[in-house]
Design a protein around this ligand. Structure first.
Ligand code: BG6
Length: 789
């Protein structure tokens, strides 16, 4: 009877094997650190999970090490593999023995080696009468080796017809957008998109992998909550205690943003922010929704980041890379970033991303903190945890380590009782005294995995099952670099704040945000670099008032200057509204006004926006949605934050009849008519101008006579800089204003500031010198660098 049963089981197994086929897994870099620490264990786990389910396997550990040495190394790793705790020891030994027999070392270097490997696989298939299901190549090698290996696999080691190929790639996937694109193009010439599995091991962390299923299974409860009306902020955090010692050559090139934020934390961000697909088991839908989330991310500014570096870092770099004593690194080892997602679901909700080395604890989590919109009439002593709406309400995906020591999903009891898959998640047993995020653990419904699994084991299983949604597609990768590259470029020369490391960091790295700006809570005094000669040192005064070209001049450090100008504009606006019921403000484009606009947008709550009309001083002849457009700058740095009636916003009509600034379209005349219809005497209350290094102002350039005099209030002009075609208010119109403010910032303006200070009325040479309001006031606002050099 027993013999019959065994035979039948064996037959069933054989049939199943015939149905499913044979899978060869080739681990490249099989003797490296990652392989030894995680990948072999992950492959063993795959074998344990899949054995007897119809597939047969062979595992090839490949490296450049000699065959003998490689075999010894692999034998050692295989010996150290472990089974899940609940597996019976006899069964464990049996399966481990099988796995060891199925795993071999191969020296794999040349194209011929790959051909030989392919031949051996085919011979084995033939010998054992197996059908080939597929081949997995796991690249656990540095990226410079990718291209050669990819070429060899493509030309000499693809599986036969009907079988699949999967290549698994490890980061770094480039250094910025351009390098990532180059690498992607190169790999794309060898492999199809569906053949590539780019690993981000955070997608295999159990708490992270649970975000979408959790959102899906709790749709009913979350539908009304997962949005800007209820979420106060989202924190995506990965803190480490280790530092970068031993890997500074890698770290110097990458730094914390490229190492962790561009990939791990951004992936998590998209899982939280994306719209939930109807069917989350459709990889295609998940990937598509993820991409949409990327598209909704608001571009980052320099001010969206705070950077730090642990004190010992530069020393470690000098030692490990034989740099001279004078070498100091600017590579950040700590970063806090404020991200905004510009869509209807998330508008206004801060997403805080933070990671760092040498911090006071190792912990990772995603915390969604909900607004508290209730007022509780009862005495606090009577509040009951799961009923009081006044206690904090939060959902936490706890990645691991920290106080809890394991992955978990926590939901405040006053939110709802969540549903999690009971086979894989269990309620956390009581841990009296344990507090998390300010509340005792008993305040949460808390779940942890029934069986803790390493991220790589999870991902290896997903690769085997072709679950592409756990991996980074080329589109996804490039979208992430599009988001991060401008910030990385703008921070390239930023000096990070030094921190001692560990608990000694104290409050030094705490940061806060206001509007779109992030800054450390503890301000460090700026160090003034002493200049040569006896030039006046601005450190003696805060805001300097003097005369420039016989008009009042206000000079200060940039931040104070901008504050002063913003205050002056608000005061002018309030006065104008009080007297005339409205305020007409004409604004210039360019980079100098950006901090001013942001200051007005985020710090001036008494500004009479509802009565303010916004005009453009000049415009580039590009569509209004083009990033080069001045209107777009106004939109990005001011309009999006304030409430101005839309009929008070007056962009320049540079785009008419589907063409740009054509004379025949009479856009300049239209703008002039609009001004004359709405602005009394065509006299703006305030015109904000800048001054170019060639003495231009508005879009009135030395080389282009239009607009310097004459009767046309608005003119088309030509700029020596791209885009060349411009529309601009003319000098006569500007000079009708009640007040003109000229903002000049930065050392690059020093020379022109000096030249113009000595010039007479020479608008053809220096258009700015023609700014002289006929009955209004002219005020110069210059920062110290522009004024004093
Ligand atoms: C890696 C980074 O991707 O992630 C490391 O290169 C970092 O710098 C590591 O230490 C953290 O991973 P984990 O799984 O230990 O949280």
């Amino acid at each position: 009877m027993l013999t019959v049963a065994v035979c039948m089981a064996f037959l069933a197994c054989l049939q199943a094997q015939e149905l499913q086929g044979h899978v060869s897994i080739i681990l490249l870099g099989a003797t490296g650190d990652l392989a030894k620490k995680y990948l072999w264990q992950g492959l063993f786990q795959l074998y344990l999970d899949e054995v007897g389910k119809g597939y047969s396997f062979s595992f090839h550990g490949a490296a450049l090490t000699s065959t003998k040495q490689g075999q010894e190394l692999i034998a050692k790793v295989l010996e150290s593999l472990s089974c899940p705790e609940d597996m019976e020891p006899g069964r464990c030994a049996e399966l481990k023995g099988q796995f060891q027999r199925l795993s071999q070392y191969r020296h794999l270097k040349t194209n011929e080696d790959y051909m030989a490997l392919s031949k051996d696989i085919e011979a084995q298939l033939q010998h054992e009468g197996l059908r080939e299901a597929g081949r997995i190549f796991y690249f656990s090698v540095p990226p410079f080796a990718y291209a050669d290996i990819a070429r060899s696999i493509n030309s000499s080691c693809r599986p036969g017809p009907g079988a699949w190929l999967r290549v698994v790639l490890e980061k770094p996937f480039g250094h910025d957008y351009v390098s990532a694109q180059q690498l992607a193009t190169e790999l794309g010439s060898f492999f199809q998109e569906e053949e590539m599995y780019r690993v981000d091991h955070y997608l295999g962390k159990q708490a992270v992998a649970q975000i979408l299923p959790f959102r899906d299974q709790n749709r009913k409860a979350l539908d009304g909550l997962w949005n800007r009306h209820h979420v106060e902020r989202v924190e995506i955090i990965m803190k480490e205690t280790v530092d970068a010692e031993g890997r500074t050559s890698f770290y110097e090139e990458y730094g914390v943003i490229r190492d962790v934020l561009q990939n791990h934390l951004t992936e998590v961000l998209t899982l939280v922010a994306m719209e939930l697909p109807y069917n989350i088991s459709s990889s295609k839908a998940v990937l598509q929704h993820k991409l949409q989330a990327f598209q909704a991310l608001r571009g980052l500014q320099k001010g969206s980041a705070v950077l730090g570096q642990y004190q010992a870092y530069s020393r470690q770099v000098r030692r490990e890379q034989q740099k001279p004593d004078s070498f100091y690194s600017l590579t950040p080892t700590f970063a806090g970033i404020l991200v905004h997602v510009d869509n209807l679901r998330w508008e206004g909700v801060p997403f805080i991303l933070m990671s760092g080395k040498a911090l006071d604890e190792r912990v990772g989590y995603i915390r969604i903190l909900f607004r508290n919109q209730a007022y509780c009439a009862q005495n606090e002593k009577r509040w009951v945890v799961d009923q009081s709406q006044c206690l904090p309400r939060q959902i936490i995906f706890y990645i691991g380590h920290g106080e809890l020591g394991s992955p978990a999903v926590l939901v405040s009891r006053n939110l709802f009782r969540p549903s999690l898959p009971s086979k894989s998640w269990k309620e956390v047993e009581g841990r009296p005294g344990l507090h998390l995020f300010g509340r005792p653990i008993s305040d949460y419904y808390a779940y942890s995995p029934v069986r803790e699994q390493d991220a790589y084991s999870v991902l290896i299983s997903h690769i085997f099952h072709g679950r592409k949604d756990s991996f980074i597609t080329t589109e996804n990768l490039l979208a992430s670099w599009v988001f991060w590259t401008p910030l990385l470029d703008s921070l390239a020369h930023e000096v990070p704040r030094l921190y001692p490391g560990g608990a000694e960091n104290g409050y030094l790295l705490d940061f806060e945000f206001s509007g779109a700006q992030l800054r450390f809570c503890q301000q460090q005094l700026e160090q003034l670099v002493p200049g040569p000669g006896s030039a006046p040192m601005p450190s003696n005064f805060q805001v300097l008032t003097a005369k420039y070209r016989e008009s009042p001049l206000i000079s200060a450090w940039p931040e104070e200057l901008i504050s002063k100008l913003a205050d002056d504009i608000e005061a002018t606006a309030v006065r104008a509204v009080r007297r005339f019921g409205e305020f007409h403000l004409a604004l210039s484009g360019g980079s100098s006004p950006v901090p001013l606009l942001e200051q007005l947008a985020t710090g001036h709550f008494g500004f009479p926006w509802a009565q303010t009309h916004l005009w453009l001083v000049d415009e580039r002849c590009v569509p209004l949605w083009d990033p080069e457009s001045n209107f777009q700058g106004l939109q990005a740095h001011l309009l999006r934050y304030i409430r101005v009636p839309y009929y008070n916003i007056h962009p320049m009509p540079v785009h008419l009849h589907q063409r740009l600034c054509a004379e025949e379209d009479q856009g300049a005349q239209m703008y002039a008519s609009e001004i004359s219809a709405l602005v009394t005497n065509s006299s703006f209350d305030l015109v904000l101008l800048g001054m170019g290094t060639d003495g231009h102002t508005a879009s009135l350039f030395p080389q282009s006579p239009a607009g310097l005099d004459g009767t046309q209030p608005v003119v088309l002009t030509r700029s020596p800089y791209k885009p060349h075609q411009r529309m601009s208010l003319s000098l006569p119109l500007i000079n009708r204003a009640r007040k003109v403010a000229v903002l000049v910032m930065g050392r690059v303006k020093r020379e022109i500031t000096m030249l113009v200070s000595r010039a007479g009325h020479e608008p053809k040479k220096w258009p700015i010198s023609g700014v002289l309001p006929s009955s209004g006031q002219l005020v110069w606002y210059m920062d110290y660098e522009a004024f004093l050099g």
